[in-house]
Design a protein around this ligand. Structure first.
Ligand code: GDP
Ligand code: IMO
Ligand code: MG
Length: 422
C-alpha cells in the first residue's frame, strides 16, 4: 500500500500529528520535498517533538527515509538526531536512510535567502532557511548532493569550482562573501557523520512495495504554497501537491493507493501572500490563542481566519484526495456562530473557485454562511458519535464542500486525541 499525505491549505495543518497517528500501520515513512522550513509537531504523552527533517513516523517502528527531492541542512539534521537521542530515541542507519541525491543546504544558500528577502520590495516572508536557493542550485545543476558532501576527496574540488560563483552572487546581494569558504572543513565532518545513512530511496521504496510492504509519504507545507500551483510568488520552492510525491520519490503514479489531505477546521498562513478570510480582529485573535498558532519553525504568529471553501476545493482538485483528516476542530469550541467562506465576490461577481492570479485572490471579498457553534469542550470525547450535534454538523458540512469523506477528526494535539469516522 502506498499512501501520500499532504497539507491542503498553507501548511501547519497538523500533518506531523496525523503521520504519527497513522505511521504505526506503515513499514516505511518518507519525506519527499521541502526542507527544514517545515516544522512538524508530534505530541505523545507529556513529550513534544518538533521535527524539521526527520519524518514524523519517528515514534513508531517504521523505517524512515528522506528522499532525493528534500533539501537537507546537515547541521539541522544532525542536531535533530542528537535531540532525539537525548530523548532516548536512537536514529541509527537501520532506522533512517537519506538519499544520496538529496541536495545539501550550504551556508551560502541561507545567506542568499536572507539577503534577497531584505532587498525584495514585496517580501515573501521566507523562513530564511536557504530553501529557495538550494532548489535553484538543483535546477541549475550546481547543487551539492549528500553523496558529494560525503566524498572527502571530491567535496573540496566541488567547492573550489562553486565558491567563486557563490562569492560573486553574495557580493551582488550586498553580503559578506566570507560565508562561502568559512566553514568548508566543518562540512566535510558533517558528510562523514551522515555517510552511513546514505541509501537509494526510490529503489528501497519500489522493492518494499513489490514485496507487499506499506509506505507512507509525508508532505511538507501545503497545496497553496506549491511552487507551480500555489499563490505565487508567495509560495515555497518545491512542489507540495500529492503528484509530486511520485516525481520526487521515483515511484510511479500507478502505485498510489490513497491520498490523504490534512485540512484544518479553519485556516492559517505564516508569511506574506493573500489569505481572503484573514481576520484582523477578535476572531483571528481567538483562533490564534486557542489554536496556539505560532510557527513551529520561526515562532512567527500565524495569520488566522474562517474556513475557506474555494481554496479547499482547489486543493481537492490539485491532490485528488481519497480521504480527509480534519484537524483542530477543538479550537472552534465556544465560538458561536461559526462562519464558513463559501465563495468570493470579485469585481461584482460571485465566484466559487479561486482566481488564477494571487493579485486577484488578494482582492477577493469572502462571502460567508454561518452555522451554529457548540459550547462543550470536545478535547476528551472518545467517539465521533459523541461529539455535540453542532460539531458533527460542521464536519459534515466541510465534507459536503470538499466532496471527499472525512475519515479522521482531530480534537487536540496529542496522539490520543483523534476520532475515526465510520
Ligand atoms: P504541520 O506542519 O502540518 O505538521 O503542523 P504543525 O505541527 O506546524 O502545527 C500544528 C499545531 O497544531 C501543532 O502545535 C500541533 O501540536 C497542533 N495540533 C495538531 N492537531 C491538533 C488538534 O486537533 N487540536 C489542537 N488544539 N492542536 C493540534
Ligand atoms: P510545514 O511543513 C507554513 C512558508 C513561509 C513563507 C513561504 C516561503 O510546517 O507545514 P520558504 O522558507 O519555504 O522559502 O518560505 O512558505 N512556509 C511555511 N508555512 N508551514 C510550513 O511548513 C512552511 N514552509 C514554508 O512562511 O511564507
Ligand atoms: Mg508546521
Amino acid at each position: 500500500m502506498f499512501t501520500i499525505i499532504t497539507g491542503a491549505q498553507f501548511g501547519d495543518e497538523g500533518k506531523g500529528k496525523i503521520v504519527d497517528v497513522l505511521g504505526k500501520d506503515y513499514d516505511l515513512v518518507v519525506r519527499f520535498q521541502g526542507g527544514n522550513n517545515a516544522g512538524h509537531t508530534v505530541i505523545v504523552g507529556d513529550d513534544t517533538y518538533k521535527l524539521h527533517l526527520i519524518p514524523s513516523g519517528v515514534l513508531t517502528d517504521s523505517r524512515l527515509l528522506i528522499g532525493p527531492g528534500v533539501v537537507v541542512d546537515p547541521i539541522v539534521l544532525i542536531q535533530e538526531i542528537e535531540m532525539l537521542r537525548s530523548a532516548g530515541i536512537e536514529i541509527t542507519p537501520e532506522k533512517l536512510g537519506i538519499d544520496a541525491k538529496a541536495s545539501i543546504i550550504m551556508p551560502y544558500h541561507i545567506e542568499m535567502d536572507k539577503l534577497r528577502e531584505q532587498r525584495r520590495t514585496k517580501k515573501i516572508g521566507t523562513t530564511a532557511r536557504g530553501i529557495g536557493f538550494a532548489y535553484i542550485d538543483k535546477i541549475s545543476r550546481d547543487e551539492v548532493r549528500l553523496a558529494d558532501l560525503a566524498n572527502r576527496d571530491a567535496f573540496p574540488r566541488l567547492m573550489d569550482e562553486l565558491a567563486p560563483q557563490k562569492e560573486r552572487a553574495i557580493i551582488d546581494l550586498g553580503g559578506d562573501p566570507g560565508v562561502v569558504r568559512g566553514s568548508i572543513s566543518d562540512y566535510t565532518g558533517y558528510g562523514a557523520t551522515l555517510e552511513p545513512y546514505i541509501t537509494d530511496v526510490s529503489h528501497e521504496l519500489n522493492r518494499a512495495l513489490d514485496s507487499g510492504r506499506d509506505v507512507l509519504a509525508e508532505g511538507a507545507q501545503g497545496a497553496h504554497l506549491d511552487i507551480i500551483h500555489g499563490t505565487q510568488k508567495y509560495v515555497t520552492s518545491s512542489s507540495t501537491v500529492a503528484g509530486s510525491a511520485c516525481t520526487y520519490l521515483g515511484v510511479g503514479p500507478t502505485r498510489v493507493d490513497h491520498v490523504i489531505g490534512i485540512v484544518k477546521a479553519y485556516i492559517t498562513r505564516v508569511g506574506e501572500g493573500p489569505l481572503p478570510t484573514e481576520d484582523h480582529g477578535e476572531i483571528g485573535e481567538t483562533l490564534r490563542k486557542a489554536g496556539a498558532e505560532f510557527g513551529t519553525t520561526t515562532g512567527r504568529p500565524r495569520r488566522c481566519g474562517w474556513f475557506d471553501a474555494p481554496l479547499a476545493r482547489k486543493s481537492v482538485e490539485l491532490n485528488a484526495y481519497t480521504s480527509i483528516a480534519l484537524t483542530k476542530l477543538d479550537v472552534l469550541d465556544g465560538l458561536d456562530p461559526i462562519s464558513i467562506c463559501t465563495g468570493y465576490e470579485l469585481d461584482g461577481k460571485l465566484i466559487e473557485h479561486p482566481p488564477i492570479l494571487s493579485s486577484d485572490l488578494a482582492r477577493c471579498v469572502p462571502v460567508y454562511e454561518t452555522m451554529d457553534g457548540w459550547c462543550e469542550d470536545i478535547t476528551s470525547v472518545d467517539a465521533f458519535s459523541d461529539l455535540p450535534a453542532a460539531a458533527k454538523d460542521y464536519v459534515h458540512r466541510i465534507e459536503e464542500i470538499l466532496g471527499v469523506g472525512i475519515g479522521i477528526v482531530s480534537i487536540g494535539p496529542k496522539r490520543s486525541q483523534v476520532l475515526f469516522v465510520e
